[in-house]
Design a protein around this ligand. Structure first.
Ligand code: AHM
Ligand code: MG
Length: 332
């Protein structure tokens, strides 16, 4: 047996030992996310079979109404995290309002914000989708009557963040502010095993990732930036990659370098992605891995949110590309 095999639970416990006096509730809370991720991935793997299985009767015998996968993912995460006493407030892309966790545990000190199934329109065509999450500590003096105040904190206050990609394999990537680590699900034993310790984003990559169909509406600096990458003025001429699932596009950018962008467009003049549960966790992971993330003007992690579902432009990637964009902006 390989003695270096480490499960995500063991890794979380090791991380926790860095905090003297830690009670274990933080690791128990994170295990709520890993459990939910396993349940979501198993359902994602069944997508496409639902109709043929349903037609032979299983669904009717159970009396179950088939849910959309993003609704299912939302329920699984909400259920899993609600039973963790450390969690006081939950917020999700799928819910307009935050949920105050019903047990009202006086010890609850964390808020968890998530996008249960990002890129869900890709499900029907067998393309990768993902889950993102962000964890914030309850600010001093705030109670259950004002759940928004648990949530409306700048991203630099996140104490943990991560994502899961349901791709050719299922991988969970997380940080507690001490580097970035990736764990691949071994489906034969149902455990996430450390496969990508201490991920560092390359200083420069060879891909840019953006929906180029919207170029006419991008502010001009983004088109200059894309042109410079295409023409080989920053390094070798770049190639493009765009999946249309932020988590999958970012995961490639994290491992291979380069840049992922969702700038303002005609239909989404403030950007399409959501600050609290999409841009913030991705930005924390990027910075922890040596990359950078901005909204085109400011560091994402410094943006003071005003509402839970607020949108933001997102530009995230390797140091070289991000500095180049900054330079173009200064020169304009
Ligand atoms: P969703 O939360 O409705 O799934 O939308 C978010 C997704 C991101 O995963 C992806 O980066 C983006 O929308 C793609 O948008 P577009 O099709 O406009 O390029
Ligand atoms: Mg989303």
């Amino acid at each position: 047996m390989n003695s270096s095999i480490l499960t995500i639970q063991q890794h979380i416990l090791q991380e926790q030992q860095r905090f003297p006096g830690a009670t274990g509730e933080f690791s128990f809370m994170l295990s709520g996310i890993t459990l939910a991720a396993k349940r979501i991935q198993s359902k994602v793997r069944m997508a496409g079979l639902v109709e043929i299985l349903g037609s032979v009767g299983e669904q009717n015998i159970q009396g179950e109404v088939q849910q959309k996968l993003d609704v299912y993912a939302n329920e699984v995460l909400t259920h899993s995290l609600s039973s963790r006493e450390a969690v006081g407030v939950l917020a999700s892309e799928e819910n307009e309002h935050p949920i105050v966790v019903p047990h009202l545990s006086p010890n609850a000190k964390y808020a968890v914000i998530f996008d249960p199934l990002d890129g869900s329109s890709n499900i029907d065509v067998n393309v990768s989708v993902g889950t993102t999450f962000s964890i914030l500590r309850k600010p001093d003096g705030v109670n259950f009557e004002s759940p928004e105040r648990w949530l409306l904190q700048p991203g630099r206050k996140q104490i943990a963040a991560g994502y899961v990609v349901y791709g050719s394999s299922t991988i969970m990537v997380y940080t507690v502010g001490n580097g970035v680590h990736g764990f691949t699900l071994d489906p034969s034993i149902g455990a996430f095993l450390l496969s990508h310790p201490n991920i560092r984003m390359p200083k420069q990559g060879t891909y840019y990732s953006v929906n180029e169909a919207y170029r006419d509406a991008f502010p001009p600096e983004y088109n200059t930036f894309i042109e410079r990458m295409r023409r080989g003025e920053i390094g070798k001429p770049y190639a493009s990659r765009y999946i249309g699932s932020m988590v999958a596009d970012f995961h490639r950018t994290l491992l291979k370098g380069g840049v992922f962008m969702y700038p303002p467009t005609a239909t989404h003049p403030k950007g399409k992605l959501r600050l609290l549960y999409e841009a913030n966790p991705i930005a924390m992971i990027a910075e922890q891995a040596g990359g950078l993330a901005t909204d085109g003007q400011r560091r994402i992690l410094d943006v003071q949110p005003e509402s839970i579902h607020q949108r933001t432009p997102l530009i995230v990637g390797s140091e070289t590309e991000m500095k180049e964009l900054e330079k173009i902006q200064k020169d304009m």
